[in-house]
Ligand binder design. Structure first.
Ligand SMILES: *Cc1c(COP(=O)(O)O)cnc(C)c1O
Length: 451
């Protein structure tokens, strides 16, 4: 059997296998790679997950995409190495759970994808004897997760662009204290400016001689590992075959697309709640059928979700039979009724985010940070319309509360403990470059750095 193929959401570039899709990042026609049809698990295969550790579930999910590309024994080892930390599921009340995806090296859910992607990249580059420069725009957590995952991987240089004033101190330090093959650049602008600069570099003929790749959630290598924790959560809190609800704090919608991938592979899902902050382009689209990106994106407490135009919507729209190009223009409307049946989305203000942290602590003695609080409030909004009943629900907590000490302290009155793995980075000296949101300057920088 041939390897599974990934098609561009813009439909102009040829379909490629996982290896090509991963190394290219974005398709040449500026679309995003995504399978037209997903491999599916049988009921029995899914039932078996309840007895397997996380890394073994990761192996079974990912091996559906790596056939003929990564030998099974090698993939199994990568999974065991990458996923050597716990994935706590804490009881909130009755059948509602909090899944903490914050136990990886940079205390963010982005470690799940970055750790696997770095291993796959390393393998493919080694085999090809090639080098790449990975350009990443970050609103805080991607940059640190990617930098840590790719640190010292031969053949890879990483350049991270972050908005100078929109990342927290600990987020910044997790990026700027690494050396060797990692370089960070503070951009005097917003996350959207960073992302636009990265996209421009990919399309720039003057940079054709530099092999560039991306580790943003436009890369399919980011998405596939993010489906695994949905399988894992369901295997622990739902009966086999029992539909489940996920509430996901969403910015670029890569995390939420992981839940869609899991569902397309056969996981029974009753509803996905995509909770956003003030950047409400998606919930408005779901209600009105008109998509208008937010430009410039709005600042909010959940800063990793300050995204005015979520790039993964192009993939979501394609799953529902529509077509959205990279600028957000919809050439073919998706099936809106089906979208509304499967997905609920609401926009959570900063005020409600703070209230979410406070109420969650007061009611359940469980600590959230702003992103998790957005997911909690999103779930509240949905269950106000459709009661959960007996359905199991999982709120996805995407970062460790210690990454937001100021915000958390204001609400509960004390600062959360910093996880041991973060303490080391926070003490090291920082080193990074700085520039305006000026693409011409960035191009010069890239050319100079490449030599
Ligand atoms: C990146 C990030 C998100 C948003 O994830 P997307 O895949 O971009 O939707 C949410 N929370 C935290 C803490 C993040 O770092």
């Amino acid at each position: 059997m041939g390897a599974l193929l990934f098609h561009s959401t813009n439909g102009q570039s040829p379909a490629v296998n996982l290896r090509e899709a991963l190394l290219q990042g974005q398709a040449p026609d500026r679309g995003l790679y995504f399978p037209k049809q997903f491999p599916r698990f049988t009921f029995n295969e899914l039932s078996a997950f309840s007895r397997l550790p996380y890394h073994e579930i990761a192996f079974r999910v990912l091996s559906k995409f790596t056939e003929g590309i990564v030998p099974p024994a090698e993939l199994a080892k990568m999974c065991a190495d990458a996923y050597n930390f716990p994935v706590p599921l804490e009881v909130v009340n009755f059948r509602t759970f909090l899944m903490r995806l914050d136990q990886g090296p940079t205390a963010s859910f982005k470690d799940f994808a970055a750790q696997m992607m770095a291993r796959l990249f390393g393998k493919f580059l080694r085999e090809d004897g090639k080098q790449v420069t990975i350009l990443t725009a970050t609103s805080g957590d991607t940059g640190s997760a990617v930098a840590h995952a790719f640190h010292k991987i031969p053949g890879v240089r990483v350049i991270v662009l972050f908005p100078t004033t929109e990342v927290s101190e600990s987020q910044r330090k997790l990026m700027t204290t690494l050396k060797d093959n990692i370089r960070s650049v503070a951009i005097d602008g917003k996350f959207d400016d960073c992302q636009a600069m990265v996209k421009q570099a990919f399309a720039d003929p003057a940079l054709q001689h530099i092999p560039l790749s991306s580790a943003n959630s436009i890369n399919i290598g980011r998405l596939l590992p993010q489906s695994v924790y949905y399988f894992y959560a369901a295997s622990r809190v739902a009966q086999a075959g029992e539909p489940i609800v996920f509430s996901v704090p969403s910015g670029n919608f890569g995390d939420m697309m992981g839940a869609i991938v899991a569902r397309e592979m056969g996981l029974p899902v009753r509803k996905i709640v995509a909770a956003v902050n003030d950047n409400d382009a998606f919930p408005k689209f779901l209600t009105t059928g008109n998509y208008e990106k937010i430009s410039p994106s709005r600042n909010s407490l959940s800063n990793a979700m300050n995204v005015g135009h979520p790039s993964n919507l192009a993939r979501l729209v394609s799953v529902y039979g529509g077509q959205m190009d990279e600028t957000g223009k919809i050439n073919q409307l998706p099936d809106l009724n089906a979208l509304r049946r499967d997905i609920f989305s609401s926009s959570i203000s900063d005020e409600r985010t703070v209230a979410g942290v406070r109420d969650f602590w007061n009611q359940f003695q469980l600590l959230l940070e702003p992103h998790g609080a957005v997911a909690w409030q999103g779930l509240q909004d949905w269950t106000a319309q459709e009661p959960l009943g007996n359905t199991p629900a999982v709120i996805v907590e995407t970062a460790n509360p210690a990454k937001f000490p100021v915000e958390v302290q204001k609400v509960v009155g004390w600062e959360p403990d910093v996880p041991a793995n973060m303490i080391a980075s926070l003490k090291l000296p920082e080193d990074y470059d700085h520039m305006g949101a000026d693409y011409g300057k960035f191009r010069e920088y890239l050319i100079a750095k490449h030599l």
